[in-house]
Design a protein around this ligand. Structure first.
Ligand code: 5GP
Ligand code: MN
Length: 355
């Protein structure tokens, strides 16, 4: 395992112009990635992997790319992610979902492995064991904290989503864009840009325009993906927001708003963990706080922690210090203990990493 955290200069997705063409990746890396794909026969096993608790960028960039490989003629494609085989409801109808298999059914010795939206091997769970063998491993990602654990690392911290990198590699492989690929990449792009709220350059919209030009309905996709939740999820959200705390003196006085949700909350409302991912948005909207934290109990005693900043704190550095990673304004890590203990661990780090 690579333990060193590679932090590149000029890598701040919150500030650096988004290029839309993964400009931070050098030509040699692109050439190596193209050669890695072209270098295996069309009937070779190809394994695609995205991160644990997959979100729209992880699944969308992986499945969009998998469909591109299918268009090239590859016949043995499998896509997976670590952990329980529970695809979040909003992503179940993504094109290419027929290629998804539980992690136990991943190809064990595929000559080519492609990895999407994964900043570190720790985000691969048990699937990390597939690395280090005979496979050529190509990593497509946009996290500044990426540890370069692949044989070929296409990492552009200036890209708004991993799908920007996936789109560029598909283009370089000569795969024509079609509506199915575009739907996957569009879901990915809209997930990581908060439906274009976090975009800083026109390039993201240029890519979006190219995707929409294939005939996909941006409105239908947005409604299905972001604006449709079970009634129980809405009730759960109400309770979790109701227990939010505002800590004005945290982060050097810039303020912290936080809340938590437990497995008991999920059970009471009969909901799956993915519904908790949307909770960070109202918390980050709190005017009195720069930093937003949501502590989500995914399995008893184990919490996925989401961190956001409006600019006063480098939350990626905070997350890295606690064993996680992410971007300067959006990061996360895994924690154990009670929510209050987690906050006590985060609090001094907020002061230590004021931007
Ligand atoms: P989210 O809060 O939406 O789950 O994640 C925000 C960002 O932090 C994403 O870029 C995600 O990849 C990263 N992130 C979240 N949790 C972890 C973690 O446990 N480890 C690492 N390395 N990155 C994480
Ligand atoms: Mn992403």
């Amino acid at each position: 395992m690579t333990s060193a955290s590679v932090v590149r200069p000029g890598i701040d997705p919150g500030r650096t112009p988004v290029t839309g063409s993964a400009a931070a990746v050098d030509e040699a890396a692109w050439a190596s990635a193209v050669a890695a794909v072209r270098g295996v026969p069309l009937d070779a096993e190809v394994q695609l992997i995205c991160h644990v608790n997959p979100d729209g960028d992880a699944l969308g960039s992986m499945l969009g790319f998998a469909l591109g490989l299918r268009r090239l003629g590859f016949t043995r494609l499998r896509a997976t992610f670590p952990g329980e085989f529970d695809v979040p409801e909003p992503y179940r109808a993504l094109p290419g979902s027929d290629l998804l298999v539980p992690e136990q059914e991943a190809y064990r010795s595929a000559p080519l492995i492609l990895i999407f939206d994964v900043a570190a091997e720790s985000r691969l769970g048990a699937l990390a064991s597939l690395l280090g063998g005979v496979s050529r491993v190509v990593v497509l990602d946009h996290h500044a904290s990426n540890t370069d654990f692949g044989d070929v690392n296409l990492v552009d911290p200036g890209a708004a989503a991993t799908s920007v990198v996936a789109d560029e590699l598909l283009t370089r492989l000569g795969v024509p864009l079609d509506a199915e690929i575009a739907e996957c990449l569009y879901v990915a792009l809209t997930t990581d840009t908060g439906s274009f709220k976090f975009v800083r350059t026109p390039a993201v919209h240029t890519l979006a325009a190219r995707l929409i030009a294939t005939g996909i309905s941006a409105a239908d996709i947005a409604r299905r993906t972001f604006d449709t939740r079970p009634f129980g999820a809405m009730k759960l959200t109400g309770e979790v927001l109701g227990r939010a705390v505002l800590d004005r003196s945290a982060a050097g006085g810039h303020g912290l708003a936080w809340t938590y949700a437990t497995t008991a909350d999920l059970e009471r409302h009969n909901q799956r963990p993915y519904v908790l991912d949307a909770l960070i948005d109202p918390i980050r909207g709190v005017a009195e706080a720069d930093v937003a934290v949501v502590i989500k109990e995914l399995t008893p005693g184990e919490w996925a922690v989401s961190l956001r900043s409006k600019g006063a704190v480098d939350v990626s550095a905070v997350a890295v210090a606690l064993g996680g990673g992410g971007h300067r304004l959006a990061a996360g890590f895994t924690a154990h203990g009670e929510p209050e203990d987690v906050i006590m661990r985060i609090r001094p780090l907020l002061d230590a990493h004021l931007a």
